[in-house]
Design a protein around this ligand. Sequence first.
Ligand code: CA2
Length: 160
Amino acid sequence: MAKNTSKSKTLPIYIINGPNLNLLGAREPSIYGHTTLGEIEKLCAARAKSHGLSAVFLQSNKEGELVEFLQEARTAASGVIINAAGYTHTSVAILDALQMLPLPVIEVHLSNPARREDFRHLSYVAKAATGTIAGLGVNSYLLAIDAVAAVLAGPKGTRK
Ligand code: CA2
């Protein structure tokens, strides 16, 4: 019998970044570090590649655009990593879009919101996330890629 040689490629991980993260590296390095968003993108691409995966890296300062990225991810992504930044703590629209995703969703933060002001303790994103990684700077993103790869690899105690 002829071998099926068609390769099914895994869809990319969408890595979605919210408002002001485009300014990373330029301001408040004591909280958010010195690494720019462009540098984080390169590190994420390399980490995804190490798992045989690819990444689409997105940023917007607009809530509606973030919702549109999430709607696109429904059919174009294998998983979503999201740092919704300030919208983490306010956006029901982003929560609604996340709840429509039949994909692993990892919430990430550079800082640890649990150690900061009370208004950062509520996360709407967490209500729809498979898991959350926070407080580890750039490593939060890299560990989130490892987490998506682990969920995609199969059932070892992880779930959507
Ligand atoms: O720690 C995180 O990753 C946050 O999502 C960052 C948000 C904050 O509102 C969340 O509570 C935690 C703020 C992003 C602001 O980005 C800046 C970038 C450069 C300089 C100042 C802020």
